[in-house]
Design a protein around this ligand. Structure first.
Ligand code: CP
Length: 307
């Protein structure tokens, strides 16, 4: 199945999701066997205007493990010609003649869509400001299916900065494709989930509730999806940031009341919202989740470049 641009989570249907996940399983085998050369002579450009560890490095590793080449501009805001005032559209028109696929992270919501409107090669949205992070939501869903065993009937708590969290936004769009999902939003007042997502969930008959007591929600769910309060999105609203930080922490007291078969996820990076004492618990799935990013991104590169 040929994917072209990957811009938003809504573009995936259940059939494509199933194909992405089965291709990711193949990729796990390929990695165990030491890699492959199916993307030989293909070039991927990573153009990142915001910091990243997992997304950029997992895409670059994914491309290399499939035999492809990588060109990159890390910190494009400072080290690409954006620093001289070049428009994103012009940069994309140049890079698309050097690469077969462009992986773009940008600080503005809608940037990937703007890039796709001018690019002659596929654009993969690696996070556009507070907009979306579709490849993260794919690896999140893949992790849930692997760890919990089902998506239909899933109960999930999304916790933390839901207003600025592009990963939870994209994940809501994907979860809306499965029946009987129940979502609990647990967020400080200043960073509650935005109305556009809640409207989308209502339109698609997805059950959700806004809760303030994490201890009341934790025993009910298959997944606690914790997120960081994104200081960088508050600008000069330091009072709001101080109000939000530290309200919801995953620590031993939460582990004690969670179900034994539940898991804790986090897109990472974390600051202090999951205490280090949690890491040793088998229900702490966030490092396994990050590893799944490699397999999902290998699958996406194969599907985008070879069909
Ligand atoms: N989860 C995620 O997007 O991590 P990075 O910011 O490190 O890419």
């Amino acid at each position: 199945m040929r994917l072209s641009h990957i811009i938003r989570a809504q573009q995936f249907n259940r059939d494509i999701l199933a194909e992405v996940f089965s291709t990711a399983k193949e990729m796990e085998k390929i990695v165990k066997q030491g890699g492959s050369d199916i993307l030989q002579r293909k070039i991927m450009a990573t153009v990142f205007y915001e910091p990243s560890t997992r997304t950029r490095l997992s895409f670059e590793s994914a491309m290399r493990k499939l035999g492809g080449e990588v060109i990159t501009t890390e910190n494009a805001r400072e080290f690409s010609s954006a620093a001289k005032g070049e428009a994103l559209e012009d940069t994309v028109r140049i890079v698309d003649s050097y690469a077969d696929v462009i992986v773009l992270r940008h600080y503005e919501s809608g940037a990937a869509e703007r890039a796709a409107s001018v690019s002659i090669v596929p654009i993969i949205n690696a996070g556009d400001g507070p907009g979306q992070h579709p490849t993260q939501s794919l690896l999140d869903l893949y992790t849930v299916e692997k760890e919990i065993g089902h998506l239909v009937g899933l109960a999930i708590a999304m916790v933390g900065d839901l207003a600025n969290g592009r990963t939870v936004r994209s994940l809501c769009y994907l979860l809306a494709k499965y029946n009987d999902v129940k979502i609990y939003f647990v967020a400080p007042e200043v960073v509650k989930m935005k109305e556009d997502i809640k409207d989308y969930l209502r339109e698609h008959n997805v059950s959700f509730a806004e809760e303030s007591d994490l201890k009341a929600v934790a025993p009910k769910v298959d997944v606690i999806y914790q997120t960081r309060i994104q200081k960088e999105r508050f600008g000069d609203r330091t009072e709001d940031y101080e109000k939000a930080r530290g309200q919801y922490i995953i620590d031993k007291s939460i582990l004690d009341i969670m179900r034994k078969d539940a898991i804790i996820m986090h897109p990472l990076p974390r600051v202090d919202e999951i205490r280090p004492e949690v890491d040793a618990d088998p229900r702490a799935a966030y490092f396994r989740q990050a590893k799944n990013g490699l397999y999902i991104r290998m699958a996406l590169l194969k599907m985008v470049l070879l069909g």
